[in-house]
Design a protein around this ligand. Structure first.
Ligand SMILES: *[C@@H]1O[C@H](CO)[C@@H](O)[C@H](O)[C@H]1NC(C)=O
Ligand SMILES: *[C@@H]1O[C@H](CO)[C@@H](O)[C@H](O)[C@H]1NC(C)=O
Length: 368
């Protein structure tokens, strides 16, 4: 009995050792991925919060591998999932997920929360959401948890070598400045002054990310939020984009690129990479047929004009083939559209990715 017991222990020990060595080896070649931002990149954190900004019921997730809602604002995969796929990693788990423990922490984490913006007062109507300063605090807490697992030095390396994605800004317009006529922010600031203020706050957020160890950060500009079905439903007679909202995006995006240029030259390294989400979207919005869509104006799931009113719920109109629609719900692209966007992030020219695309980043970083 004793002999059998000890040989059993011995083989378990060896098996355990092999598994440990195997996971250390694969982690060394892999690259962690961290995600910050709003509903465009939330993988399900809001499922764990008392908020109205959620995507945890049918038909969200209808084309996800499990065919179930996950909290992603998509019919299937979202942009972070598709980036993980491209860099050969498992999708990141939401930071609030109880499953995010042990070795799974080494894959990275998703801190994003639907409804948030650059400003603290953006998205207050959604109640309990994880504002960006809180997301950054969680990133610090994450690093403490990982340190307990692999030590401080290895944790620092994991974070320095990681890829980071941050997507912010759209809600500061649609869910703040333009949420209601005569909103507090629109009475406080002219549009050009508001944009300057947003950029000055965004600078602090990006600097904080750098202080926390991020060294490769994809920063997406805003999409053409004046062209989403929700805005067409309110502002558009013939399907034309909202001129005022397009003006806002037109002011914000170039100043964000300027901010990124300034930060990179202050630091002396290409830490921040601008993704031109505006042009990536406009390609398929202005010529949907060229990308295999029947429409870029009508959401697949919704109600009212352009299916752009209210939320996507079990009671909404639902299109049978989601791949034919650029927009899944009144605000968010379909998985098919997300794939087009991520393809440009990977291989796009400098018009789309500045100063370089993700395939160039991957090639550069694999050499160090
Ligand atoms: C937003 O809230 C955080 C945490 O409460 C605070 O530290 C920060 O200064 C606030 N930002 C602004 C611009 O008020
Ligand atoms: C982007 O990626 C492609 C490879 O897929 C490469 O040929 C091209 O030069 C890259 N462009 C930039 C600006 O990095």
């Amino acid at each position: 009995m004793a002999a059998a017991g000890s040989s059993g222990f011995g083989s378990w020990f060896i098996l355990g050792l092999l598994i440990t060595l195997g996971s250390v080896a694969s982690w060394a070649e892999a690259r962690a991925f961290f995600v910050f931002g709003d509903s465009l990149v939330d993988n399900g954190n809001n499922d764990y919060l008392a908020t109205t900004a959620r995507a945890d019921s049918y038909p969200y997730g209808i084309d996800y591998p499990t065919r179930r809602p996950t909290g992603r604002f998509s019919n299937g995969l979202n942009i972070p999932d598709l980036i993980s796929e491209q860099i050969g990693m498992e999708p990141t788990l939401p930071y609030l997920s109880p499953a995010l423990t042990g070795d799974r922490l080494l894959v990275g984490a998703n801190f994003a929360s639907a409804g948030i913006g650059i400003l603290n007062d953006t998205g207050i109507q959604f109640l309990n959401i994880i504002r960006i300063t809180k997301q950054l605090e969680y990133f610090q807490q994450y690093q403490q948890r990982v340190s307990a697992l692999i030590g401080a030095e290895q944790t620092q390396r994991l974070v320095n070598e990681a890829l980071v994605l941050i997507t912010l800004g759209g809600n500061d317009f649609v869910n703040n400045y333009y949420l209601v006529p005569f909103s507090a922010r629109s009475r406080q600031f002219s549009l050009p002054d508001y944009v300057v203020y947003l950029i000055s706050e965004y600078r602090k957020i990006l600097q904080r990310l750098y202080e926390l160890g991020a060294r490769r950060v994809l920063v997406t500009g805003t999409g053409p939020f004046g062209c989403v079905p929700a805005e067409l439903a309110i502002h558009s007679r013939n399907g034309e984009c909202s001129v005022e909202l397009e003006r806002a995006a037109g002011l914000f995006n170039p100043q964000l690129v300027q901010l990124i240029n300034n930060l990179n030259s202050e630091i002396g390294s290409d830490i921040f990479v601008a993704a031109n989400a505006f042009d990536m979207h406009m390609d398929f919005i202005s010529n949907p047929q060229a990308y295999g869509f029947v429409t870029s104006k009508i959401a697949c799931c919704g109600q009212g004009p352009y299916n752009g009113i209210g939320l996507c719920t079990i009671a909404s109109n639902l299109c049978p083939n989601r791949d034919l629609y650029a927009f899944w719900d009144p605000f968010h692209p379909s998985e098919k559209a997300n794939r087009i966007i991520v393809q440009q992030i990977m291989t796009g020219s400098t018009q789309y990715m500045h100063p370089m695309n993700l395939s160039t980043i991957m090639a550069l970083d694999s050499r160090v």
